[in-house]
Every structure is written in C-alpha cells, then in structure tokens.
Design a binder for this molecule. Structure first.
Ligand code: 3H9
Length: 712
C-alpha cells in the first residue's frame, strides 16, 4: 500500500486507526471506556499490523491507546459468546511474530489481556503513573493469551507467579525493576509512541522478544507457591491452575501456550468463574447512580461528629475527595486525638502517592476545621455522626447538631445496628435523617451501606448517594431494620462460630473452617475485630428492645463470660479469643475455661462446618430479602463480598443459593435444623422458591433505575 494514502489518521474500523509518520507506522486503539480487547479491537489490530507491514517505507510499528487507559484486558462481556477470530492468544502470537519490530506505549491500568498484548510486543514503554497487572485470577480464570508463558520469561518465574496468583496491580517502577517493561517516560501516548519507535529504529531502545527468552527454571518457587496456596486458598480453583500454567513455561512457548489454553478452558467452565465475574459486574452496576429527577443538589462541605477511628476515617475519606470537613468532638482532648488520627491518615496517603504534600498542608491549614462546639456545623450540607453506639448519646448529639444545621442539610448516623427510624425520633426533620454505615477500616473498605428510615426523603437519599460517589465508594441501599443487612449477617457468622464453640468444636478448627470456606478471617477472629464488648452491647440492647421475645442462647453466656467476667474485649484491648502481641496473635489457651473442653476434631466433619458458616449467612440474607430490607439482589451480593468478604467465588450470598439451587439449599437448611437447631429453619420465601425451582436472579430481576426510590 502506498504511504501517501496513510498520511493522517485512517480508520481500520470503529476502534482502530493507523497513520504513517516518517517511516513509523502508528496504531491507535480507541474503544472506550477501558479499551477492552473486544473482537473489533482484535480484528482491527490484526488488520492494522498487516496493512502497515505491507506499506512502503515503514520500518517500525508503535501501538498506543487513546482515552484513560491502554487495554484493560480481554472484553469480559464477550465471555460465554462463541469465539470470534482472531482470538487474543492468536493475535498476541501474530504480533510477536511480526518481522517489523513493534513497541507499545502503556498508560492507565494495563491489565490482563492488555499486558499480554504488551508482552508480545518487542519493547514496552510506560507513561509515569501506569499500573500493570494480570488480574484474571480475581475473575476465576488465568491469563490465557500467553501471559503465563511470557511473564515468567520477562520477569522470572517467582515474580510472575506472585503477580498471576494474586492478581495485584503493580506500579510502572516495579514492573521496570522486574523487566516486565523497558522504560518509563512522561508525555502523551501518541508522542511517546513516535519517540519510542524512533528509538527502537535507531537502537537506543532494545528489542526483547519474549519468544526468544528462556525462563530460568525455578522448581523451588513453584513448589513453595503450591504449598502456600494449598494452605491459604485450598477451595479456590483458578489459583492452582495458574501455577500449573506457569509451570509449563519450560516448554517451547507455543507448547506452553497449549497447556495454558487447556487450563484456561477448565477455569472458564468452573462455577467459581461464573460467581466472580457476576460479582465484578454487580459491583459496577450498584455503583451506578442515576441522575435523580430531584432539584440540583450539591454537597460542598461535610460535618463529622466524633473523632474516633470511624469518625476520623470518614473525615479523611471526604478530605481526600476534596471536600472541606468540620470535625466536632466533646472536648479538646478528643478533638486533638481526632485531628492527630486524620493527620496520620493523610501522611499515609502522601506516602502512598494518593495525596501531594502541598495538598496535605492545605488541608491541615484550614480545609479541615475542628471544634468542640456543634455551632461549627452550621455551614455543612451533610453532617455524619460517628459517636458511640448508644441511643442516649446519639439522641443528644442529633438535637444539638440540628439546632444549628441549615434547614435542608442532611443528618446521617453512622450506626452499624440501631434502627434509623428509631434514631430519627430524636430529629425534628426525619425527612433529612438517613443512615450511612461505613466499615472499618474506612480507607480500605469500599462498601457503604445507606439505610432509609421510614420517613427518609428521596432527596436525602440522593444527597447521600452523591456524597458516596464523590468519595469513590460503592453504595448499597437498604430499608431499616435492626442490624440492617451487613451487620446482621456478620453477626450470624460470628454467632455460628460461637455456637460451634458451644458444640465442642476446637477453636482452631472453627477458624480454619471459616477460612477454608473462603471467608477472609475465621468467625472468632472477626468477633475479636468487631470487638466482643460491642457484640455484647448489641446483644444486651437487642435483649432490652425485644424484652420477652428475646431468646437466650449459649452465645449470651459465652459473650458475658468473655466480656463481663474475663474483660476480653477483642483486638482493641489485646485479648479476646486471641491473645495479641503487636502484629502477632495466637488463640487464647483459656477458651476451654469459658466454653468447656472441646471434643476431638475427628468428631466433626470439616466440610459440614464450612457449609454451616456459609449457609447461615446466605439464609440470613434470604430472610432479610423477604423482609424487604434488601430489595436488589445485586446489592445483596455486592454488599456481602465488599462488606464482610463473603466467599467471593460464590458471587455473593444470594448467588450462593442460586448456584446451589434453591431446593438443594432448602434441603440443607432442613438437615442442619434437625442437627444443629432451629436457627437454620428456611424462611417462607425460600420454601416457595424451592417448590417453583426459582432463583433469586430469575424471580427478582434487578432494575437499575430503582436505585433512587421512594423510602415511604
Ligand atoms: C482477560 O484479560 C483474559 C485474558 O487473559 C485471556 C483472554 C483469552 N471488559 O471498573 P470501572 C467496564 S480477563 C469489559 O467502573 P474504573 C466496566 O464494566 C480481563 N468491560 O472503572 C465499566 O462498564 P460500565 C482482565 C470492562 O476506572 C467500565 O468499563 N482484566 C472491562 O474504576 C468502567 O469500569 C480485568 O480484570 C473488561 N475487561 O476501573 C480488568 N473492564 O461503565 C477489569 C472494565 O458499563 N477492570 N470494564 O459499568 C478493572 O479492573 C477496572 O475496570 C479498571 C478501571 C481498573 C480497568
């Protein structure tokens, strides 16, 4: 093809274009939002290389992407559809086999198939700030376009194994250090592509074709990783397949890729893949907040009452999102502690590169204000209360704050359990009263549970959602009830752990069962994190509120003994079910003094213990759904994974039931009811669904436009 015809940008198809500039063939991708390697990208890219290869005078090719990122992976939306040529692995091999050298320019988050395309190019340049990763394992699959063969060749087996089995994103600097990329530079992708291609042409940037490289054998790294995953993730399917695939990298690359493909197909068939990909899309769906039909609303300043760990975390999140914050505390000492915690949080953000030192100084120089008088909250559009979980204290601060707040400002309680409608009784403007439940630690936990009281208005909800969007967290919206959704389910997990203790299950076995079931921590450990005295307070408040209706159980005795008699409150005072020494912890040897001597481990079936822990949480979710506290099946799933780490491979609590089949789930509940007690009784909704052979997603299809809904 004559060069002149390619002067300026020429479209190959809707998402790929080419141009020729001084002997350099430029290929640009433009497939928003994340340049996923869809069929159009793959075929366009193939055609682009083919065309430029034949063009007169082109000596070197450079590939870059427009928009926010280079390719962020294969197009997950195409999974499950019939394969369309070229497949990504074929494309990668085609790129690698190109006689004309190809350099690519990475920016944004170059992930999965995107990094695989990059690794098949002959040199890789990244813009400053780029992150790269092979996150396939988080979707229940493995890098299936040569990633398991090329990463070890470029970066060594040990490092590749770590990246592939964790799915973590690494900085460009780290990628450079390990040889995954060849250079980091500043600039616009197109200009950098031109310059890099020029350097490739004149030899100042060297080619590294992965097919020519050999991964240094490292059997020890492979065996160490196998042993580690057998211990930490025995239940997950794809991490083990990732190791098998990397282990094939001693073969010639095309042979290794055949093995990779075989293992990839196995992962694609696994129900865990379905669960994890379902969770990926649900999470994004619940984050979407439709433009409300309400009047324009804007939150330009936040008030936070209470400078404890939660209050300081909430204040930090708002400050990092650019919102001015006024923090109030009851006295100077409390305020000082709060400001100190926030300052520490900001320091951490500077260290992690999330905040500039100059902005930190600005924040501490006035964007953050502190006061011991609630009058300081007069200018806030949204005030979030994060004081003790105590009705009387909450009532008093509500009254004091409302006395000075703007009439249309929103008041939110960060309660984790107390019903919002009852807390709103202290408010003169219950329409503007809402629950915004954060999780600890606030900076790490992405979920925020928004709770609607009986009289909460749509405007208050819309304001709360706007604010959560501003601080880049994922909201779920639930109707009012004791413990709402997440705390209520978390408590059942902890409670099941305590019930197992009462049944005589050895504590270590309970903890292992939790982790082996896919929970991030065992139930006793979680009890310690949540704080046993808080759990005891909640139990006592529930008992007081429910009066004669409250049914006492072994849980009350264990908690009372631990908290009241032994003063073991959990991690916060260094002793709970575990003894804590700095970062180390070990199970407290005195547990049998509280619960009685455990039975031998052989008396229990570990599979059944694992099921008990998951079934109990899923069952409680089904109850909450029946009570209409939860109304969106996706919010149930996302809330369970992001809020309390419910075994992510299941897709979430309701997907767990759907995947098992409602009838099988109900049968299991009945079996557990006979064996372990009435807390496992399936609810009416589940029994009906079992009869109809219905699934949650089939019977209650999610409607995205209902996110902002009438609270009445
Ligand atoms: C893979 O590569 C397999 C290969 O090894 C082998 C193949 C043979 N596909 O998260 P956001 C959508 S597996 C399709 O809100 P952010 C997402 O749904 C893939 N769509 O933005 C959303 O759409 P919508 C390995 C995708 O800035 C929109 O983009 N790669 C994909 O917070 C914005 O997403 C991964 O696992 C995709 N691959 O975060 C990366 N990715 O607006 C997965 C995103 O309609 N992606 N979308 O809801 C991510 O981690 C984040 O999306 C990313 C951006 C960090 C890229």
């Amino acid at each position: 093809m004559p060069t002149e015809t390619l002067a300026g940008e020429t479209a190959v198809n809707d998402v790929v274009s080419i141009e020729i500039d001084g002997g350099i063939g430029l290929i640009a991708l433009n497939n928003p939002p994340v340049n996923a390697a869809s069929h159009a990208v793959r075929s366009g890219l193939w055609q682009a290389v083919e065309t430029l290869r034949k063009a007169d005078g082109v000596e070197v090719l450079a590939l870059y992407a427009k928009g926010r990122t280079f390719i962020a992976g294969a197009d997950i939306r195409e999974f499950g559809k019939p394969p369309a040529d070229p497949w990504l692995p074929e494309l990668c091999n085609f790129i690698e086999g190109s006689t004309l050298p190809i350099v690519c320019v990475l920016h944004g988050t170059t992930l999965g198939g995107g990094l695989e395309v990059a690794m098949s190019c002959h040199a890789r340049v990244a813009l400053k700030g780029t992150k790269v990763g092979l996150p396939e394992v988080t979707l229940g699959i493995l890098p299936g376009a040569g990633g398991t063969q090329r990463a070890p060749r470029l970066a060594g087996i040990s490092y590749a194994l770590d990246m592939i089995t964790t799915g973590r994103q690494v900085s460009a600097e780290e990628a450079l250090e390990h040889g995954l990329i060849d250079r980091i530079t500043d600039g616009e992708p197109r200009a950098v592509a031109l310059a890099a291609a020029q350097d490739l042409k004149d030899g100042s940037l060297s080619q590294r074709r992965t097919g020519d490289l050999v991964a240094t054998p490292d059997a020890a790294a492979i065996e160490t990783m196998r042993a580690k995953l057998a211990r930490t993730q025995p239940l997950l399917f794809s991490p083990h397949k990732c190791i098998d695939a990397v282990a094939a990298c001693h073969l010639p690359i095309l042979e290794g890729m055949k093995e990779e493909r075989r293992l990839y197909e196995e992962c694609m068939k696994s129900p865990q893949r379905a669960g994890l990909i379902h969770a990926f899309f649900s999470e994004r769906a619940v984050t979407k907040i439709p433009e409300a039909s309400q009047e324009p609303r804007q939150i330009s300043s936040i008030g936070v009452i209470g400078g404890g760990t939660m209050g300081s975390g909430i204040a930090t999140a708002a400050l990092l999102a650019g919102l001015p914050v006024t923090l109030t505390e009851r006295d100077e000492a409390g305020l000082g502690r709060g400001v100190q915690t926030i300052t520490g949080n900001l320091e951490g953000a500077v260290k992690r590169g999330k905040l500039t030192a100059a902005r930190r100084d600005e924040i501490l120089g006035g964007v953050l204000a502190g006061a011991t008088d609630h009058a300081a909250l007069a200018g806030a559009d949204l005030v979030i209360e994060a004081v003790f979980e105590d009705r009387e204290i909450k009532k008093a601060v509500t009254e004091q704050a409302e006395a000075v707040m703007k009439s249309r400002a929103i008041y939110a309680s960060n309660t984790s359990t107390l019903p919002i409608t009852s807390l709103a009784q202290a408010s003169k403007r219950p329409k503007n009263f809402i629950g915004i439940h954060f999780f600890s630690p606030v900076d790490k936990m992405m979920l925020v549970e928004v709770i609607l009281g009986k009289r909460t208005s749509d405007r208050a909800l819309a304001m709360a959602l706007d604010y959560i969007k501003a601080i880049k967290k994922t909201p779920i919206v639930v109707n009012d009830s004791r413990g709402f959704y997440t705390s209520r389910v978390v408590m059942t997990y902890i409670r099941e752990g305590l019930m197992m203790l009462a049944d005589g299950v050895p504590a270590a076995m309970i903890e292992n069962a939790g982790k082996m079931a896919g929970m991030p921590v065992g139930p006793l450990s979680l009890g310690d994190e949540v704080a046993l005295d808080l759990a005891w307070k909640i139990v006592s408040a529930t008992r007081k509120d429910l009066g004669v209706k409250y049914v006492e159980g072994p849980l009350d005795n264990i908690l009372e003994e631990m908290v009241v008699k032994q003063e073991r409150f959990g991690r916060k005072n260094g002793k709970g079910f575990y003894d804590y020494k700095g970062k180390d912890k070990s199970l407290w040897p005195g547990i049998p003094e509280v619960t009685g001597q455990p039975k031998p481990a052989e008396s229990f079936n570990i599979e059944e213990l694992k099921q008990r822990l998951l079934v109990m949480q899923a069952l409680e979710t089904a109850r909450i759904f029946e009570e209409k506290c939860l109304t969106d099946v996706r919010e149930a799933d996302v809330g369970s994974i992001l809020g309390f780490g419910f075994a992510p491979y299941t897709g979430g609590t309701l997907s767990y039931i759907d995947m098992m089949g409602t009838a099988a789930f109900v049968d299991l509940c009945k079996k557990f009811t006979r064996k372990w007690g009435p807390r496992f009784k399936p609810n009416k909704l589940l029994k009906e669904m079992a009869k109809e052979n219905a699934t949650f997603y089939g019977k209650f299809p999610p409607k995205p436009e209902e996110k902002v809904r009438d609270a009445a």
